[in-house]
Design a protein around this ligand. Structure first.
Ligand code: G6P
Length: 505
């Protein structure tokens, strides 16, 4: 479903993200005629946007006939793709241009697995001790940012709005600004936290990162806290910059950047609708498939397998809970669905091993022949099955140690259509600002406290549980993905308007 009124983008839109909205896989039909150029001897499979941001932005870019620039990752076979790696998407509709940047293995290793995910990711999430300093990573990060910036400059026109996504592109805004007309608006949304100056100063090339970001006209974060710590860092690194705390603007090197906090939401209607279309039969299938006894109360965790998500901490709390509440053994099952991520990085491999071995250890400790306390899976779970889990899970636990926003917490609430689930939510997730008053707050590092909140959730009177979930649902529906998108474009229009006034005079 596309929206009817549209986001009202003031100029032609160019979106830049690391992940692409569509992935094409080219397969040759049969063995013969392998000349590569003949359309008829290959078939194309296209993966649709999986969810979250790409799915939310896709209708926007479609409507404005924009351009989307992304890394052409995965199995796309460039030998048979268009020469300049541009394709019209979605298939059959050809609503906008997807331009793919083809990166060499070495570039990916240093830009993506290096500076993005061995430096910026751990740093912004407050894991300074996990930051790895490898000699070529920053240079490649800069080279890749230059390549994306060049591509943007090629597509940009006088009235263009460039909208960059996330921490993979900290240097690009300034590079873009140098190459586009003064009236082009450059905006970025930083989807992860921004750390305090004490942490940020461990960043190699910290000054370059900040300078790059100050090439934006508009820079968005999820919550006030990240916007403020960003301004703290700017003040520390660039004493010559003029920082207006009330307006949240930075004047640096002759250019003004407006910093805003606009918390992201989820496509709540979609989760609501899809959850309503699943029934207890689907849940029974899931229980059967995972060997979960029919009558046990269900807990749920859904995360990328990332050290920021606090999965072992969650397991430690479950262990405490079963120690303290022997009556719940055999009566409560916790389903943990983890999605392996960035597995080329040893830290992620070790984390995965640790998470799996903790689940096994706790299962050995409390499990019986017909019941396991933790049902752990890394298998792909279909959207429908996920909606069934969200709908019927009695308790959802989000125990992030740091988390830009956390969309899973909001998906759970949107899909909890019967209104009787309980959310345990870390006070370190951005989502806590929106949901903290009616979720049960946890400090993820406090196993006893988290176990106590789990006890509370499981013994909460029905009316209180329903009332809390009702309020959470109102918040999630009132601040959904479309609302977030509208807020972005309201700001973009404002900044774009201010710029054209400034350019005219
Ligand atoms: C986080 C980041 C996104 C990223 C996603 C998945 O949500 O903010 O930019 O796309 O994780 O990680 P991956 O490295 O697989 O793209």
């Amino acid at each position: 479903e596309t929206r009817s009124d549209g986001p009202n983008c003031p100029g032609s839109l160019i979106v830049v993200s690391n992940r692409q909205p569509y992935r094409h896989e080219y397969e040759r039909d049969g063995d013969g005629g392998d000349d590569g150029d003949d359309e008829s001897d290959r078939s194309v499979t296209v993966d649709e946007p999986a969810g979250g941001l790409t799915a939310g932005l896709d209708p926007v870019v479609r409507e404005v006939d924009g351009t989307w620039i992304a890394w052409g990752d995965g199995d796309a076979d460039f030998d048979v793709a268009d020469e300049d790696h541009c394709v019209e998407v979605p298939p059959g509709e050809e609503a906008y241009t997807l331009r793919r940047i083809d990166l060499s293995e070495e570039a990916v290793e240093s830009y993506y697995y290096g500076f993005s995910n061995r430096v910026l990711w751990p740093l912004c999430h407050g894991f300074g001790d996990l930051v790895e300093h490898r000699s070529n990573d920053f240079d490649w990060y800069r080279t890749v940012n230059e390549r994306f910036a060049d591509a943007v400059v090629e597509h940009a026109a006088e009235d263009s709005v460039v909208w960059l996504q996330d921490y993979h592109f900290a240097l690009a805004p300034r590079l873009i600004r140098e190459g586009v007309p003064a009236s082009t608006t450059v905006a970025q949304f930083w989807h992860i936290p921004w750390p305090a100056p004490e942490t940020f100063q461990q960043c190699p090339a910290a000054g370059h990162v900040l300078e790059g970001l100050l090439g934006n006209d508009l820079l968005g974060f999820h919550v006030d806290w990240y916007a403020n710590t960003f301004l703290d860092c700017v003040e520390q690194y660039f004493p010559s910059a003029t920082v207006d705390r009330r307006e949240r603007t930075v004047r640096y090197d002759g250019h003004t950047t407006r910093v805003v906090a606009t918390p992201m939401g989820v496509d709540a209607d979609r989760y609501d609708r899809d959850a309503r279309s699943v029934g207890r039969a689907q849940l029974a299938e899931i229980r059967e498939a995972f060997g979960i006894p029919d009558d046990t109360v269900l807990g749920l965790g859904v995360d990328r397998l990332d050290y920021a998500k606090g999965i072992p901490e969650r397991f430690a709390a479950l262990e405490r809970f079963f120690e303290r509440n022997p009556d719940w053994r055999g009566e409560f099952t916790f389903v943990q669905k983890s999605t392996p991520s960035r597995t080329d990085i040893p830290t992620y491999q070790q984390y995965g091993d640790h998470v799996r071995s903790e689940a096994e250890r706790i299962n050995r400790r409390f499990g019986t022949d017909d019941w396991q306390p933790i049902v752990y899976t890394e298998d792909y779970v279909e959207h429908e099955a996920l909606c069934a889990l969200y709908r019927y899970a009695d308790v959802m636990v989000v125990s992030s140690l740091a988390d830009g926003m956390n969309l899973v917490a909001q998906e759970y609430v949107a899909a909890n259509v019967d209104g009787d689930g309980t959310l345990l939510l870390s006070d370190r997730a951005g989502a806590h600002e929106r949901l903290g008053t009616h979720a049960l707050t946890i400090d993820p590092t406090d196993a006893d406290g988290t176990a106590a909140q789990l006890e509370r959730a499981l013994s909460m009177p029905t009316h209180e549980r329903r009332q809390r979930m009702q309020t959470l649902r109102t918040r999630v529906f009132d601040h959904d993905l479309e609302g977030w998108m509208d807020a972005q474009f309201d700001w973009i229009r404002r900044v774009h308007g201010e710029k054209s006034t400034a350019t005219d005079s």
